[in-house]
Design a protein around this ligand. Structure first.
Ligand SMILES: Nc1ncnc2c1ncn2[C@@H]1O[C@H](COP(=O)(O)OP(=O)(O)O)[C@@H](O)[C@H]1O
Ligand SMILES: [Mg+2]
Length: 231
C-alpha cells in the first residue's frame, strides 16, 4: 500500500536522505529503526508532504503522492502522529479530538471508540493540552490520528520520554489497531516497541536503509544491532 523508492531529501544544501526505499503492505506493521540523526523523521516528513523529495518515488495505494500537501496526504488516509505530538495546548482534549473528527474521512472511528481505547482521555476531556502528562499527550495524538480514519497509521517515536507502564499501554494499543487491520509504519529507537508492534523492520543509517529483516533476523544479528542501533 505504501511504496517508497530511492527517496532523497535536503535541508538547504545538506543532503539528508540519500536513497531510502521501503514498502508497507496492506495490513502490515513495519518499523523504521536507527540512531538519532539517521533520517527517520525526515523520511516521515517527506512521506507526509512536509518536505519535497528530490528525487524519489512515494506511492500510496498505487498513486503518486510525492507532490501532495500534508492535508491531501492525510485526506487519502495516512494518519500521522508526529514526534513532537502536535497537540493544541490551549484546546481541551475534547476539542483537540473533535477538530480532527470534523476534518476526517468517514469511517469506523468515532469519539466513543477513542475513549474506549484510552479511558484516560475521557476522564481528562475538559483539561487543556498543556495540562496533560507526556503519556496523555501521546494517547491524544494517537486518538486524534485514528479519528481521521486512516488506512495507514504513521508514528514517529511514540514511546519517546514515556514511563515504562505507559509504553506498555501504547504497545498494546498499537497491537490492537494492527490486529483490526490497520497498516502501521512506526519509527522507533526503542527496539522493544518495534519488535512488539511490527513484524518487519528497516534500519536507517546516514540517510539510507542499511539493513532490513524480520524481528528474528535482527535479533540474530548482534553485530548489526551494535553498529547501527547502539544497544
Ligand atoms: N530542520 C533541519 N534543518 C537542517 N538539518 C536538519 C533539520 N532537521 C534535521 N536535520 C538533520 O538531518 C539529519 C536527519 O535528522 P532526522 O530525520 O530528524 O533524524 P532522526 O529522526 O533519525 O533522529 C540529522 O543530521 C539532523 O541534524
Ligand atoms: Mg526523529
Amino acid at each position: 500500500m505504501l511504496h517508497i523508492e530511492n527517496l532523497h531529501a535536503y535541508y538547504g544544501l545538506s543532503h539528508v536522505l540519500q536513497g531510502v526505499s521501503l514498502d508497507v503492505k496492506e495490513g502490515e506493521a513495519v518499523s523504521l529503526l536507527g540512531r538519532n540523526g539517521a533520517g527517520k523523521t525526515t523520511t516521515l516528513l517527506a512521506l507526509m508532504g512536509y518536505l519535497k523529495p528530490k528525487p524519489g518515488v512515494i506511492e500510496y495505494q498505487g498513486r503518486d503522492i510525492s507532490r501532495l500537501s500534508p492535508w491531501r496526504v492525510s485526506r487519502l488516509g495516512v494518519g500521522f502522529v508526529p514526534q513532537e505530538r502536535g497537540i493544541f495546548s490551549s484546546l481541551t482534549v475534547l476539542e483537540n479530538l473533535t477538530v480532527a473528527a470534523r476534518r476526517g474521512r468517514k469511517g469506523l472511528w468515532k469519539l466513543a471508540d477513542v475513549y474506549k481505547l484510552f479511558p484516560r482521555l475521557e476522564e481528562r476531556r475538559d483539561n487543556r493540552g498543556n495540562q496533560l502528562s507526556g503519556g496523555e499527550q501521546q494517547m491524544l495524538a494517537i486518538g486524534r490520528a485514528l479519528l481521521l480514519n486512516p488506512s495507514l497509521l504513521v508514528l514517529d517515536e511514540p514511546s519517546e520520554g514515556l514511563a515504562p507502564l505507559i509504553v506498555e499501554e501504547i504497545i498494546k494499543t498499537l497491537r490492537d489497531v494492527r490486529d483490526n487491520g490497520l497498516s502501521i509504519l512506526v519509527v522507533e529507537q526503542n527496539t522493544r516497541v518495534a519488535f512488539d508492534v511490527a513484524d518487519r523492520h528497516y534500519v536507517l543509517s546516514k540517510g539510507t536503509v542499511c539493513y532490513q529483516g524480520s524481528t528474528a533476523d535482527i535479533r540474530a544479528n548482534d553485530e548489526m544491532v551494535r553498529q547501527y542501533l547502539g544497544v
